[in-house]
Design a protein around this ligand. Structure first.
Ligand code: ADP
Ligand code: MG
Length: 280
């Protein structure tokens, strides 16, 4: 039922990394999670071990109103992944035009998915303002804005507060309470990173959901196409991600039917079940 969107004013800040790992950690908490990739970079799937050459995804066929279930894949870990799909610039422009005319190309299938009370959808959004973000925001229970622990983030706070980075000045009011933040790449040994983290934390107060350490284990896990909890569970970033996932879990409604074991995947409705693409 709940939709959690990971967004950011700029790219390369860790949205996809956080989306993938939080999706998997919520699954470990007994949730049925669909990790939904709305970024044309099509990279969310890589964190779950999906073959690089497998380019299929629902957004590549959006204007033909595809059945999203046909593109759903189940990671070996159990998380369901809806890959964006590889798409050309032409395809992206066509999608933008189609969505301008018919926003329900995106919102109707998503609403259908969210109608299943057992499913939590974690969406990896494109960087900056986007059509997808404007369409999904009204449906989201939580919008997690990812900022990197660098000076530019502190400088951007006013823009962020005004909601302008989301593409409209009205979003702040609309989103009061549902707009939360995560600071990624915190390096406490680095003076500037530490000062930025402190300034941002002071400014955001309780709206700062969590902070993630700068940690080379993150890149190593991605290179191996694995989630951090599998590749490097004792690393500082894995510990921070668990705390973040717990903070997000605490904000969600209780699961409809709780899975007894963290290894057992609660099956969503048959309609959303999908075959695994392999085991590691
Ligand atoms: N906490 C971190 N520590 C070290 N590297 C990180 C961290 N978070 C993200 N990265 C790296 O930064 C790069 C961008 O991350 P990514 O999740 O793809 O960002 P986005 O989706 O916002 O573009 C990736 O190479 C990723 O491995
Ligand atoms: Mg990304």
């Amino acid at each position: 039922m709940p939709l959690i969107c990971f967004a950011s004013p700029k790219g390369g800040v860790g949205k996809t990394t956080l989306s993938a790992n939080v999706a998997d950690l919520l699954r470990r908490e007994g949730r049925s999670v669909v990790a939904l990739d709305l970024d044309p970079q099509n990279s969310l799937r890589l964190h779950f071990g999906m073959p690089v050459a497998e380019q299929e995804g629902f957004m590549a066929h959006l204007s033909r109103r595809p059945d999203w279930r046909g593109y759903l894949r189940q990671a070996a870990s159990g998380t369901l992944v809806l890959p964006h799909g590889g798409i050309s610039l032409r395809g992206a422009l066509d999608n933008a035009t189609a969505l301008e005319r018919e926003p329900d190309l995106l919102t109707a299938p998503l609403r259908d998915m969210l109608a299943d009370p057992r499913i939590v959808v974690v969406a990896d959004m494109p960087p900056g303002p986007s059509q997808a973000l404007s369409l999904l925001m009204p449906m989201a229970s939580l919008l997690v804005t990812v900022l990197r622990s660098e000076a530019i983030s502190a400088a951007m706070l006013a823009e962020i507060e005004a909601g302008r980075f989301l593409g409209t000045g009205t979003m702040k009011a609309l989103f009061a309470g549902r707009l939360q933040f995560v600071l990624n790449g915190v390096d406490l040994r680095d003076r500037l990173s530490r000062m930025t983290a402190e300034a941002v934390a002071r400014h955001l107060g309780s709206r700062l959901l969590g902070a993630i350490s700068q940690d080379e284990a993150v890149g190593t896990a991605l290179a191996a196409q694995r989630l951090l909890s599998e590749a490097s569970p004792a690393s500082p970033a894995a510990r921070d991600l668990r705390q973040l996932a717990m903070a997000i879990e605490a904000s969600l409604p209780a699961p409809v039917a709780h899975a007894a074991s963290s290894d057992r995947v609660e099956q969503p409705t048959a309609a959303w079940a999908a075959p695994q693409w392999g085991t590691r």
